[in-house]
Write a protein that binds this ligand. Structure first.
Ligand code: NCD
Length: 309
C-alpha cells in the first residue's frame, strides 16, 4: 500500500474529509472502543518550532489510542543544530516510529521530509504556509457546532498574511457550496495573493475590510480570530504597530449575531479579551478539545487502521 502523507488539507477529497470527521465524532462518543487500537505503534513529534496545542494534542491523540510517543520539541534539542537535514532526520525516524508529525519554520520542509520517508508524515505547520491538522480541527468544530460545513459566512480576522491556519481553512471551506468569506485585516496583513486568487478562480464570494464593527459582523456564522504572528515579522516596530489592531471584547460581542461562534486556533495574545471567555458564543476552548479527536482520526486514517465493531 502506498504511504499517505498530509501536507495540505486538499490532500484529502471532500468525501475523505467527511469520513475522517465522522470518525472523529465517533471517537468522541465511544472513546473506550479506540483506547487500545494503536497498541505497539509510535508517533514521532518532530517540532522545530514552539507549540503547545498541536504537539501535545498529537501526543495525547496517540496515547488515547494506546500507542506511544517520542520526539523533540525544539530545533535546539535535535541534530538540526549539528547541521542534519530534515531528509536525513526522517530517514532515521522512520526506523523508530510508525508515523511522524513535523512542524518547521521553513515552508515546504515537511514536504521535503515526506519525499524521503517510509512512514506517513503529517505537516503540523510549515512557516506561514499551511496547517492542515488545525483545519481538520476547525472543520470538526464548525460541523459539530453548526451542523454543517456548507452555506456559511465566515469572518477571518487578524493576521491573514502570515496566519497559516487561515490559508488552510479558506482552501478547505472553498470546496463547499454556499460559502462566503469576510476577510478582516489591516492593509499590511491581507491574505497572500495565491489565497485570494484561489477564491477568485473558484468564484467564492469574499470581501476584504479593515474594521471589526457591527456592519462587518452582521451576517457572520463564524468569527475566526487570529493573533499577529510576531515570529514572522521582519521588524519589531511593524509588529508593535499592529499587534493590538483588533481586540474582541464584551462591547464588540454585543454587536455580533446571537448565534455567531467565535473560534481561535490559539494561542491568543490580546485579540480576544478574557471577559469574552464566559460568553456562550466563545468556542475556542472546545475547539482545542476537538483537536484531539481530529488528530486521533487522522492517525488512524493515515495508518490504515480500522476499528472492528
Ligand atoms: C497556530 C499555529 O501554530 O499556526 N497555533 C496552533 O497550532 N494552534 C496559530 C498561531 O500560532 O497563532
Amino acid at each position: 500500500m502506498a504511504i499517505r502523507h498530509l501536507m495540505s488539507p486538499l490532500d484529502f477529497s471532500v468525501e475523505e474529509t467527511e469520513r475522517l470527521l465522522d470518525l472523529a465524532n465517533d471517537i468522541e462518543l465511544h472513546r473506550d472502543t479506540y483506547s487500545n487500537i494503536c497498541e505497539g505503534k509510535r508517533i514521532a513529534t518532530l517540532f522545530y518550532e514552539p507549540s503547545t496545542r498541536t504537539r501535545l494534542s498529537f501526543e495525547a491523540a496517540m496515547m488515547n489510542l494506546g500507542g506511544k510517543v517520542l520526539g523533540f520539541h525544539s530545533e535546539d534539542s535535535s541534530s538540526a543544530t549539528k547541521g542534519e537535514s530534515v531528509a536525513d532526520t526522517i530517514r532515521i525516524v522512520s526506523c523508530y516510529a510508525d508515523i511522524a508529525a513535523m512542524r518547521h519554520p521553513k515552508e515546504g520542509a515537511p514536504l521535503v521530509a515526506s519525499l524521503k520517508s517510509s512512514i506517513p508524515v503529517i505537516n503540523a505547520g510549515d512557516g506561514g504556509h499551511q496547517h492542515p491538522t488545525q483545519t481538520l480541527t476547525d472543520m470538526l468544530t464548525i460541523r459539530s457546532l453548526k451542523g454543517r460545513l456548507d452555506n456559511l459566512t465566515i469572518g477571518l480576522c487578524g493576521d491573514l498574511k502570515f496566519g497559516r491556519t487561515v490559508h488552510s481553512l479558506i482552501e478547505s471551506l472553498s470546496r463547499y457550496p454556499g460559502i462566503s468569506f469576510v476577510l478582516i485585516s489591516p492593509e499590511e496583513l491581507r491574505v497572500p495573493s495565491y489565497v485570494r486568487n484561489g477564491m477568485k478562480s473558484k468564484k467564492i464570494p469574499f470581501s476584504e475590510v479593515e474594521k471589526l464593527d457591527a456592519e462587518t459582523m452582521a451576517d457572520l456564522d463564524i468569527l475566526y480570530m487570529t493573533r499577529v504572528q510576531k515570529e514572522r515579522f521582519f521588524n519589531e516596530a511593524d509588529y508593535v504597530r499592529m499587534k493590538d489592531f483588533y481586540i474582541l471584547d464584551r462591547e464588540k460581542m454585543a454587536l455580533a449575531p446571537k448565534d455567531m461562534c467565535v473560534l481561535h486556533p490559539l494561542p491568543r495574545v490580546n485579540e480576544i479579551s478574557v471577559e469574552v471567555d464566559d460568553d456562550p458564543r466563545a468556542c475556542y476552548f472546545k475547539q482545542a478539545q476537538y483537536g484531539v479527536y481530529a488528530r486521533m482520526a487522522l492517525i488512524l486514517t493515515l495508518m490504515g487502521i480500522e476499528v472492528s465493531k
